[in-house]
Design a protein around this ligand. Structure first.
Ligand code: PEP
Length: 257
């Protein structure tokens, strides 16, 4: 079954709503210039929570070939969780994708596989698609344990999800040593782990689920590296940080085909 590629731009904690408007408009013009076809690739922008409403209005109004994502979500439904945002709140803003378990959340906010799995479940139940992030740090890579480490995160975050749920989600393999460092994993390195993730999904569930789940690579992806990454058989897209803040660069990544 052909999987639709998905390129998602994680803005992290950057851009206020005025700057967000400028970036999204410039992105839309650039994509139009490049005759980007939104049916060929799911192109997602993932602003901070405070920009979601602004970006949603722009995407709606101009029929831009962009979809909306969020960077995080609460594992709780509602109530006394000051500062948290629920999955239903995001769904109401026409958010389609939610990143869960980004390595910065794991490292700075202590998120465990269990919490990340609970968040993914809430996202699915609210009708959206989680982008579940996994990936090893430099020490693990140097020890040669990157595959087993990443697969343990896959098992931990997918626990309790059904085959049908897993078939529809996105897993982002993001080696931590490649995030924001300018150091891109080689296409072979990325394929090694992404292929192992797909095999793991096949053994946890079945072949059909493994064929359906989309797997992204993330870590210093740029316009100059995307084509080789996308040529790998088990890589269906990219999660892009820094380069997604530059309209021309992100448009060139999205228009990789
Ligand atoms: C990320 O934040 O998920 C990421 C991959 O960042 P960068 O592209 O800047 O390495």
């Amino acid at each position: 079954m052909a999987r639709t590629p998905i390129i998602a731009g994680n803005w992290k904690m950057n851009l206020n709503h005025v700057e967000a408007t400028g970036l999204v408009q410039k992105l839309a013009w650039t994509l139009a210039d490049k005759q980007f076809d939104g049916k060929k690739v799911d192109a997602v922008v993932i602003p901070p929570f405070t920009d979601l409403r602004t970006v949603q209005t722009l995407i709606d109004g101009d029929r831009m070939p962009l979809q909306l994502g969020a960077q995080n979500v609460s594992q709780h439904d509602s109530g006394a969780y000051t500062g948290e945002i629920s999955a239903d709140m995001l769904a109401k803003l026409q958010v389609k994708y939610v990143v869960v378990g980004h390595s910065e959340r794991r490292e700075y906010f202590g998120e465990t596989d269990e919490v990340i799995g609970a968040k993914a479940k809430k996202v699915i139940e609210a009708g959206m698609t989680p982008i579940i992030c996994v990936g090893e740090g430099l020490d693990i890579r140097k020890e040669g344990r990157h595959v087993e480490y990443t697969l343990a995160q896959v098992r931990g975050t997918l626990e309790g999800l059904t085959a049908e749920q897993v078939a529809g989600l996105v897993i982002a393999y993001e080696p931590v040593w490649a995030i924001g460092t300018g150091e891109v994993a080689t296409p072979d390195d990325a394929q090694e782990v992404c292929g192992a993730i797909r095999q793991e999904v096949a053994s946890l569930y079945d072949e059909a689920t493994a064929e359906s789940v989309r797997i992204q690579y993330g870590g210093s992806v740029k316009a100059g590296s995307i084509a080789q990454i996308m040529a790998q058989p088990d890589i269906d897209g990219a999660l892009v940080g820094g380069a997604s803040l530059q309209a021309e660069e992100f448009a060139a990544i999205v228009r990789f085909y």
